[in-house]
Design a protein around this ligand. Structure first.
Ligand SMILES: NC(=O)c1ccc[n+]([C@@H]2O[C@H](COP(=O)([O-])OP(=O)(O)OC[C@H]3O[C@@H](n4cnc5c(N)ncnc54)[C@H](OP(=O)(O)O)[C@@H]3O)[C@@H](O)[C@H]2O)c1
Length: 265
């Protein structure tokens, strides 16, 4: 879609969660290049401010940084209030984290935070920002799911379940909102070169290489309005299709074996 059309369809403002690093920072840069003004959200205020200054300088866009913990009670409502007066035409629900390890040894509070950030925050921000888009009859939402969305993930059990939730939510909303003029896209990256793996304790890709986050983001934004789901990379697409052809128990076992080999002990 030409840059002018993209901004007219999804502008004037885009809201990107998890913009302080990785895919989120790439979404912000790419969207600024497509002529959108930005609201940036994450916990690390210094990173958001540095990115805001870069986008204002290099793209001449207006940028509002809203440092906050999206796991906090009422965070989504605070975020909505922080966007008061701005016409948000695109919501990028990207913030998320993962963890590896045996479920029985997991910290239950960390798992609850993961569910709050990866799932609850997506539901709450969708409720707060999508109605105005539907009323205007134009807009979009990108939800960053994962290749982990397509099968159970032993040793990343909670993370895999949160990403299955994200995929199903986005695909369902894509159908509901299409007649209201709002495009929804679930992006399902495989191993991508960001800070995610150091935090989650993942050694390296299950198969193939590590994707460039800027390329993943460009591919996703190019597909918004044309597709409801996108898995970047042919090997990732094959692996996301494979579970359809085998018994679920076997899929879970094989996935568990692969993931166990990628955990940082
Ligand atoms: N990298 C991969 O291989 C991969 C593959 C599939 C899916 N994904 C998904 O891609 C999305 C982006 O992750 P990434 O790979 O770009 O990893 P990343 O570099 O670690 O970025 C995660 C972002 O989420 C923000 N965040 C984390 N906890 C937060 C909280 N409580 N409140 C607000 N913001 C929070 C982080 O900022 P602060 O720390 O400053 O808050 C950061 O900006 C995630 O949903 C992840 O599940 C990643």
């Amino acid at each position: 879609m030409p840059v002018m059309d993209f901004a007219a369809r999804y502008g004037p403002w885009a809201l990107v969660t998890g913009a302080s690093s990785g895919l989120g920072a790439c979404f912000a840069r790419d969207l600024a290049g497509r002529g959108l003004d930005l609201v940036l959200v994450a916990r690390r205020a210094d990173r958001l401010e540095a990115l805001a200054a870069e986008l204002e300088r290099e793209h001449g866009r207006s940028v509002r940084s809203l440092p906050m913990d999206l796991c906090a009670e009422d965070a989504a409502e605070a975020l909505h209030r922080g966007c008061d007066g701005l016409e948000i035409g695109l919501l990028v629900n990207n913030a998320g984290f993962g963890a590896t390890g045996a479920f029985l040894a997991d910290d239950p509070d960390r798992d609850a935070r993961m569910v709050r950030l990866n799932c609850e925050a997506v539901v709450r921000t969708s409720h707060l920002f999508l109605p105005a888009m539907a009323e205007r009859g134009r807009g979009g939402m990108v939800v960053v799911a994962s290749t982990a969305s397509f099968q159970p993930c032993p040793w990343m059990a909670v993370y895999g379940a949160t990403k299955a939730f994200d995929l199903h939510l986005a695909e369902a909303l894509a159908v509901e909102l299409e007649p209201r003029g709002v495009d929804v896209l679930a992006v399902c990256p495989g191993h991508t070169d960001t800070e995610f793996h150091a935090i989650a304790g993942v050694k390296g890709p299950v198969a193939g290489g590590s994707a460039d986050p800027a390329a993943v983001v460009k591919g996703a934004l190019d597909r918004l309005g044309r597709r409801q789901t996108w898995v970047p990379g042919w090997l990732n697409r094959c692996m996301s299709w494979a579970p359809r052809f085998g018994p679920r128990r076997l899929t879970a076992r094989l996935t568990g074996r692969l993931l166990a080999s990628r955990m940082i002990a």
